[in-house]
Design a protein around this ligand. Structure first.
Ligand SMILES: *Cc1c(COP(=O)(O)O)cnc(C)c1O
Length: 404
C-alpha cells in the first residue's frame, strides 16, 4: 500500500480547489501588538495583524504577563498530573471561582481548550442523559458538532438563529425525553448574534436545557465581560455557559459554568476532562488575572468598539462590501477561494497587512472572505492604511463594490 500517494492525492485535490491551508509563521512581540514579525523566504519582517482572536490585546497585558511569569517562577511549569491525580492546583480552584462569578453560576470547570470543553460537555450530556435529544443550531462550531456526534445521542439541527424553527422541532419530540438546545451567542464567521431571549423562551416552553457557547463574547460583552447573555441580563436563563480563555482573555484553556450539580456531573463523567493533564498553574494564574481585569475595566471594550465602528465607516466610504452585523467581527466578502488567497497574499507581501483568508470548510464554498477583527490597539492610522490597501486591491483585482 502506497500511503504517501494516498496522502498526496488528497492534498493535491485540496490545492486544486484553492482550499489548501498555508500557515503564516508569526512571532508575536510583547508590547508591540498588533504589530508582529512574519517569517518569509527573506527572513522576518514587521506586519500588522488584523485577524487575531486576542481581541483586546490581553495576551500582552503587563498584569497578565506578570502573573504568568511569577507563577511559573513560584510553582514551576506544568501541573504535573490530571486534576484527579496530583494535578489540581490552587490556581485552578481560584480561576474556577472567578469564572463561576463572572457568569453568575454556582460552579465552573476548566478544560484544556474551548474545543475540548464543548466536545467533552456535549458528549457527556448526550451520552449520560438517557434518551437525550440535542438540538443544534445549523451553524454551530465544529467542537460542538463533534461532541454531539461522539455522544451518539439523537441530533436535530435547527435553522440558524430561528426560534420558530426550534419551536417546531422541539414540539415534535416526546415530552419525557431530556432536550438540550445548543447554540452560540456571537457566531465567529458572520459575526451575527443569536436571539438568546427568544431561544430561552422556546426552550423553557418545552422544558429543554440551554447550552450556549460564548467563546467570541466572553471578555467582550456585558459590563463585566460575561458575554452577550450578561449584556442582555439573561445569564440565569442559560443552563450551561461555555467559554474560552484563549481569545479575548489572551491566554489558553476553556471552561463551562453552571449549577454545582451540572459541573460535578461533567467533572465526574467526562473523559475529556478526566484523562488529561490539567492546565499549567501559570496559565491559570494569567487567565485569572485577565478575567479579573476585564471584570473591572471598560477601557479595552470601549476602545475596541470605537475602532470597529471606525473601520466599518471607512469601508463604507470606499464601497468595500462587508457583512453587516452587531458584533466586533467584520467579514469582508470575496466569494472565491483563489481570489481570497491572492488578496490575502498581496496584503501581506505588498502592504505588510496580515489577514488570513477564510475558505471552505470554515465557511461554505462561495462565501470565502477576509475576517477582520479590529482591536483597541489598532490605531486610527492602522485602520486608514488597511482601508487604503483594500481599496487599491479592489481596483487592481476588479472585485465588486457595494452599491451605496
Ligand atoms: C475557537 C472556538 C472554540 C474553541 O475554543 P478554543 O479555546 O480555541 O479551543 C469553540 N467555539 C467556537 C465558536 C470557537 O470559535
Amino acid at each position: 500500500m502506497d500511503f504517501e500517494k494516498l496522502f498526496r492525492d488528497q492534498l493535491t485535490e485540496l490545492k486544486e480547489e484553492g482550499n489548501y491551508r498555508i500557515f503564516a509563521e508569526m512571532e508575536r512581540r510583547c508590547g508591540a501588538f498588533p504589530k508582529a514579525d512574519n517569517y518569509g523566504p527573506d527572513g522576518k519582517r514587521e506586519v500588522t495583524v488584523w485577524c487575531s482572536n486576542d481581541y483586546l490585546g490581553m495576551g500582552q497585558h503587563p498584569d497578565v504577563v506578570r502573573a504568568m511569569v511569577e507563577t511559573a517562577e513560584a510553582c514551576g511549569t506544568g501541573a504535573g498530573g490530571t486534576r484527579n491525580i496530583s494535578g489540581t492546583v490552587h490556581q485552578h480552584v481560584e480561576l474556577e471561582r472567578e469564572l463561576a462569578d463572572l457568569h453568575g453560576k454556582e460552579a465552573a470547570l476548566l478544560f484544556s481548550s474551548g474545543y475540548v470543553s464543548n466536545w467533552a460537555a456535549l458528549s457527556t450530556l448526550g451520552s449520560r442523559l438517557p434518551g437525550a435529544v440535542i438540538l443544534s443550531d445549523s451553524l454551530n462550531h465544529a467542537s460542538m458538532i463533534e461532541g454531539i456526534r461522539h455522544s451518539r445521542a439523537e441530533k436535530v439541527i435547527w435553522k440558524h438563529n430561528d426560534p420558530e424553527d426550534l419551536n417546531r422541532r422541539l414540539a415534535a419530540i416526546p415530552e419525557g425525553r431530556p432536550k438540550i438546545v445548543a447554540f452560540e451567542s456571537v457566531y465567529s464567521m458572520d459575526g451575527d448574534i443569536a436571539p438568546i431571549a427568544e431561544i430561552c423562551d422556546v426552550a423553557d416552553a418545552h422544558g429543554a436545557m440551554t447550552y450556549i457557547d460564548e467563546v467570541h463574547a466572553v471578555g467582550m460583552y456585558g459590563p463585566r465581560g460575561g458575554g452577550v447573555a450578561e449584556e442582555l441580563g439573561l445569564m440565569d436563563r442559560i443552563t450551561l455557559i461555555e467559554g474560552t480563555l484563549g481569545k479575548a482573555f489572551g491566554t489558553f484553556g476553556g471552561y463551562i459554568t453552571g449549577s454545582a450539580a451540572l459541573c460535578d456531573f461533567i467533572r465526574s463523567f467526562a473523559s475529556g476532562f478526566i484523562f488529561t493533564t490539567a492546565l499549567p498553574p501559570a496559565v491559570a494564574a494569567a487567565a485569572c488575572t485577565s478575567v479579573k481585569h476585564l471584570k473591572r475595566s471598560q477601557l479595552e471594550r470601549a476602545r475596541q468598539r470605537r475602532q470597529v465602528a471606525l473601520l466599518r465607516r471607512l469601508l463604507d466610504e470606499k464601497g468595500i462590501p462587508h457583512m453587516p452585523n452587531p458584533s466586533h467581527i467584520i467579514p469582508v466578502m470575496i466569494g472565491d477561494p483563489v481570489k481570497c488567497r491572492m488578496i490575502s497574499d498581496m496584503l501581506m507581501d505588498d502592504w505588510g497587512i496580515y489577514v488570513q483568508p477564510i475558505n471552505y470548510p470554515t465557511v461554505p464554498k462561495g462565501l470565502e472572505r477576509l475576517r477582520i477583527t479590529p482591536g483597541p490597539l489598532h490605531s486610527d492610522d492602522d485602520i486608514a492604511y488597511l482601508v487604503e490597501a483594500l481599496n487599491s486591491l479592489w481596483q487592481r483585482c476588479a472585485i465588486a463594490r457595494a452599491v451605496a
